[in-house]
Design a protein around this ligand. Structure first.
Ligand SMILES: [Zn+2]
Length: 376
């Protein structure tokens, strides 16, 4: 009897120690999550350009052991792999995350419509919080809660974000405040020196990479490649149209478009040039700059022209042109390039590429590069 009690005590002590040492105790160490998107790509490294190892589907349970730039490490087939954290929701013991937050100072008040041209969606209720995406005039959102002059809204991807009430139909329009958290608008680009020459009569396909359930690379501060790409593409389209081009976009909002569909769109027009826009990620932070990829010899001249104007126009260093086997380059009939416009995993690049100045300089470089290429 006494021996048994001793044994039980020992066992209890052992269990206690195991619990203390268990990876579940600290954050991102064996915490369990559930996949919230219909499909979640599994990659060999924390980068969207890393090789695809497999896919999880909605409802799959994932234990997380490490976290880096919005990617988390788990195991798949016994191997360490990485998935984008954005598509995971905490389960089980982390259920506090689902509880109503203390920040819910105000009641939910139905829906709200963006009244400024374009605004930032942030991770918290202040201009100090990280930008998680953009919203545009006329976009409507359900309001989850409020905090001061800020509205917490539901986003189409199932997440939430914060927007400034004074930039919505909810706000008491105060002229002094209205521009405070406006995102750079396409109109801002018009004040930059515009492109010379003419692209009239040319069909240009602009392919903003990723979108919807596919965030692309996830940079520092949880910046999504798809959002920076969308914003940049708007500048590019604007300048190309000013130069007279007929511009076709493979996506014009935050929704998913397959690579096959992007190719199909380009091939269904008499396309003169196909330009895919991306931002890079790399696990080593110091990598910086712009790279122009091409597939065939027919694409190389276009890549050369664009690389030349990019390196003379934009502020990030040029990494030159490189051959690559991307599907959107290999399967489009038109001369095509894929431009990686900077590394959102590099703090310097990330700051630069989010500015209106940078994005409109990219637009200028692409427009002038096309003019040089097509008029020769
Ligand atoms: Zn990309």
């Amino acid at each position: 009897m006494e021996k048994n009690t001793k044994k039980i005590c020992l066992l209890a002590a052992l269990l206690f120690i195991i619990t203390i040492l268990s990876p579940n105790v600290s954050l991102a160490n064996g915490d369990s999550y559930e996949v919230s998107s219909s499909v979640l790509n599994i990659r060999s490294e924390p980068s969207n350009s890393a090789s695809l190892v497999g896919q999880f589907t909605k409802g799959d349970k994932v234990s997380v052991f490490n976290e880096q730039y919005g990617w988390v490490q788990t195991y798949y087939g016994g191997e360490p792999v990485w998935v984008a954290k954005h598509h995971l929701i905490p389960t089980g013991d982390s259920n506090q995350a689902e509880a109503p937050a203390a920040e819910s100072a105000g009641e939910a008040s139905g829906s709200v419509t963006v009244s400024a041209d374009s605004i930032y969606v942030r991770s918290g209720p202040s201009t100090e919080d990280t930008i998680v995406s953009y919203a545009y005039k006329g976009d409507s959102f359900d309001v989850v809660s409020t905090s001061g002059d800020w509205l917490k809204i539901s986003l189409s991807d199932g997440g939430t974000g914060w927007i400034a009430a004074w930039l919505t139909t909810d706000g008491n329009a105060n002229a002094a405040e209205t521009t405070e958290d406006s995102a750079p608008t396409v109109e801002a680009a018009q004040t930059q020196s515009s492109s010379s020459g003419s692209l009239s009569g040319y069909n240009i396909v602009i392919d903003p990479g990723h979108g919807g359930k596919d965030p692309g690379a996830i940079g520092l501060n949880n910046v999504y490649e798809k959002d920076v790409v969308t914003s940049t593409a708007n500048y590019v389209v604007q300048q190309l149209e000013e130069a007279g081009a007929n511009v076709i976009m493979t996506r014009s909002g935050d929704y998913f478009v397959s690579l096959e569909e992007r190719v199909r769109i380009s091939n269904s027009y008499n396309t003169d040039a196909f330009i895919s826009l991306h931002y890079d990620s790399f696990s080593a932070v110091p990598v910086s700059g712009v790279t122009t990829y091409y597939n065939s010899n027919a694409d190389a001249a276009l890549a050369g022209s664009l690389n030349s104007t990019l390196s003379s126009t934009v502020s990030l260093p040029s990494r030159g042109t490189q051959p690559a086997g991307y599907k959107v380059l290999a399967e489009t009939n038109a001369p095509s390039v894929l431009i990686e416009l900077g590394y959102i995993t590099n703090p310097h690049d990330l700051t630069v590429v989010q500015t209106a100045d940078y994005q409109s300089s990219v637009a200028r470089a692409i427009t002038n590069g096309l003019i040089n290429h097509l008029s020769n």
